[in-house]
Structure formats: structure tokens, C-alpha cells
Design a protein around this ligand. Sequence first.
Ligand code: NAD
Ligand code: UDX
Length: 486
Amino acid sequence: MVKICCIGAGYVGGPTMAMIAFKCPDIQVVVVDISAPRINAWNSDRLPIFEPGLDDVVRSCRNNNLFFSTDVESHVADADIIFVSVNTPTKTRGLGAGKAADLTYWESAARMIAEVAKSDKIVVEKSTVPVKTAEAIEKILTHNSRGINFQILSNPEFLAEGTAIDDLANPDRVLIGGRETPEGQKAVAALKDVYAHWVPEDRIITMNLWSAELSKLAANAILAQRISSINAMSALCEATGADVSEVAYAVGKDSRIGHKFLNASVGFGGSCFQKDILNLVYICECNGLIEVANYWKQVVQINDYQKARFVNRVVSSMFNTVSGKKIAILGFAFKKDTGDTRETPAIDVCQGLLGDKAQLCIYDPQVTEEQIRRDLVTSKFDWDHPQHLVVPPGSPTSNKNDTVRVTGDAYEAAKGAHGICIMTEWEEFKLLDYERIYQGMEKPAFVFDGRNVVKPEELRKIGFIVYSVGKPLDPWMKDLPAAPST
Ligand code: NAD
Ligand code: UDX
């Protein structure tokens, strides 16, 4: 029986390994992590991440051929194939701070593998890493190998949160990069055999290591670029009376462009896009490609501009101050169908409004109060560096009577509010009784829709003043300043 061990039981390690175990009953899969609470949750009825369909997959193979354990070293020693799916955050200190990937977690995993391995291993990069990381990992492993042969493969993951199970069951492609030596190609074939249990052969693409590593960064950069492109257009739509949904529809009808990823929004979030583009920018700079670096940097800058523009719309519409005003924040996750808040635009919007002394009441169906409070006091990039998460005394996490309230109900959040900001496109926000919400709010009552989930005309009929990203402006907002200077 082939034995797989995956280091890192996070949003990628957990679901990907569950799918391998589900599709390959002849393979034993163990997912290990240094975080005992995370492993305990994987072994419980309440998994550590919310992902539609994940519970069923885990339940069907857990303790048959899928195991979760904190006994990292013994399972690594035992495995034939080791996936490394640890976090690769943006560096917060030192050389490349604010851009470069921090490979501390990866390096410590590699050193541990070298230390405990007693037989030949295939080591698979599942984390998203800078191009040429495999070379560095190879050096760590071979210099500490004591005669053991390690083959490094790049097998980047393309799942998106909220649709991870479907993405894993029916991937557009699986990429496997390996050394072009006989041993390298043998390792590629071994990993290909795993995926071939359920992925059609023409979707398993093999290539050289550096192409595979770079393809992942390129795919994320190009996806994020589409969002920044349509968001840039949304600002122009608001200035001219065009409707961004109509423009996106017309543009997407061109079969060379297509419809996906053209939804204007308050900005993209998630743990990957910003981190991976900044990493790409850093690699370009290190290679002296300053113009290329500046090109990709602009994708992140437009995203920051979009979030700032949204806050500005809220404040300028409400007589240029939100001081002391209750604002309901509907949705905190970075997209629907996940409880993940990493780099969610809701954080920037909330911080912007708190900076103007608003009183926030936040509701999200999947995000806990503890998580929201932690996010609102965590410094940029620190969320993925658990050792930095020391909450300063007196911060909103430790004070319940402060400017942030978290509630378990959208109606409660909106009660007595001057405005509502929709930050996540949860289906339930489309179905709310806005008539009832309007009755309970201060007047004039505002809705600022950062995800284009409501129908502005219907809400205006009720009496709301409505802002929807990239849509023709409410007469109320026509003469107000549109954008902050950056
Ligand atoms: P995550 O933070 O959810 O999970 C990483 C896990 O690794 C954590 O549980 C952590 O405790 C564990 N870990 C860190 N160092 C360890 C060590 N030395 N030994 C054992 N466990 C260790 O991160 P994630 O979202 O799963 O992302 C992992 C990687 O996959 C990143 O490189 C990310 O860019 C990439 N990726 C993420 C997504 C996504 O949607 N989240 C998609 C594609 C690729
Ligand atoms: C992304 C990539 O899609 C995935 O392939 C990669 O493996 C990890 O990074 P993820 O971040 O989970 O996945 O979600 P995604 O669906 O890409 O959304 C990212 C952000 O962009 C979200 O905040 C989403 O709301 C936003 N978005 C997406 C838009 O604003 N408009 C769109 O048209 C699409």
C-alpha cells in the first residue's frame, strides 16, 4: 500500500488529502500538523474549516484510509510520498518584508523530513512557493540526507475556497513538475498514478519544476488582474452612468475573454491573491525586472483603491461623518460559503469606518465573534504568522462595550443603524426582508452593497439610498466626492 503523509492540515492539506483518500482506497493518507487543536477538530464532528461537501468526504474515509495526527515525525518517516502544505505567508520583517514569501515553515518542515527519513522519499510542494524553491529545498534535503534519495516535485493546488470539493473532484488541470532525470521522471509518474485514480489523463499536465512553480503564481496573478480590471472599470462606470454588470456581460460575451471572474466588488480578499502577487513582484524585482514588477503591483494597488473608495462612499454619503453612527456590516468572510477571513476586504472597510469613529454591528453566518475581533486588531500580514498574534491590552477583543458589536442575526445588526454595508455575497442577504429592515433603521437609511447582491431599484422604492459598486449612482450621491486620493 502506498503511504502518503501531508504536513499541514489547513485549508489545502485537509481537503486535498481527504479527496485523495476518498478516490484512492488503496492508498493510506495521514495528515499531520503541529497544531493539536486543528488535528483534534479534524478528528471531531466539527471540522476546523467550513467547506460545502467536505464533511461527507471526510466522514466516508476517516479512520479507514484517512488519518489526522500530531505525530508528525513518525508518519513522515513512514511515508513514501510527503506533501508539504504548510503556510507560506508574506514576510513581515527583514529582507523583502511586505512582499517576499516567508519560507520559515517550509524550511523547518524540510529539515525535519531530512532528519527523520530512513527510506527514499518523494517530497511534493503543495504550498504556493516562489519559483526556484524546489532548488533550495533540494539543497536542505540532500545536504542532510545520510544517503537517502529525495525527489522534489511541484504540484501546486488550484482549489478555491467555498468550491474546494468540486474543484478537487473535477479539476481543470493537475500540474506536476519534476526534474528531467530518470529518477525525477519516475517520481512524476508515481504522483501521476495517484491522481489518475480519478482525473482524466489529459488533465494531468507534467512539466519542468520551475514552470510548475511559476504557473501557480501566474494563474493567481492573472485571476486577480481580471478582478482589478473590472473594479477599475467600476469606478469609471460610476463616473459616467454606465452599469458595470452590463459592461462585464458585454465584454464576457467575447469568447476569448469569457464571463468568469468579472464580478465587480469591494475588492478581492483571501489568503492567496495579494500574498502571491506581492511574492511575484518581489521575484521580478530580484531579477531586475522593475517594469514587470510595477505592472503586477498595480493589481494590488487598484484593490486597495477599491476598498478605500468604498469607505469614502459610505462616509461622504452620510454627511461626511459616521462618528457615533451605527453601521451594520453584513458578511465578514472574504467570499460566500467559507468562514475564512484572511485578507477579507471587510477588515479594511471596518477599520476605515472605525477610523471615522463609526459604531459597527457585524453579522456573518460562518465567522465567530472571536475571529472578527482578532482580525480587527491584527496588523497587516500578521494573520499568517501565529507567533505574532499577541493582542494588545485594551484592544476591542478585551472590551465588550466598545465600538464593535458582533451579532448572530442580520436584522439585529441592522436595527437602529444609519447604514448597512454588504461585504460578503451570502445568499441569505439576497432574501432578507428589506422592508422590515428599513422600518427599524434611522432615516435616511443607506445600503452600501460591496457585492452587488441587492437590486438597487427595489430598495430605492422602499426608501433606501443605495450604493452598488459600479452601478449608476443614486441621485443622493451624484455630486459627492467620488474617490480618495491614494
Ligand atoms: P493554513 O494556514 O490553513 O494551513 C497550514 C497549516 O500548516 C497550519 O495548520 C499550520 O499549523 C501547519 N504547519 C505549519 N508549519 C508546520 C510544520 N513545520 N509542521 C507541521 N505543520 C505545520 O494554510 P492553507 O490555506 O492551507 O495554505 C497552505 C499553502 O497552500 C499556502 O502556501 C497557500 O498559499 C497555498 N494555497 C492555499 C489555497 C487556499 O485556498 N487556502 C489554495 C491554493 C494554494
Ligand atoms: C483563489 C484562486 O481562485 C484559486 O485557484 C487558488 O488556488 C487560491 O486563490 P480563493 O481565494 O479561495 O481562490 O477564492 P476566489 O474565488 O478566487 O476569490 C478570491 C476573491 O476574489 C474573493 O474575495 C472573491 O469575492 C473575489 N472575486 C472573485 C471578485 O471580487 N470578483 C470575481 O469576479 C471573482
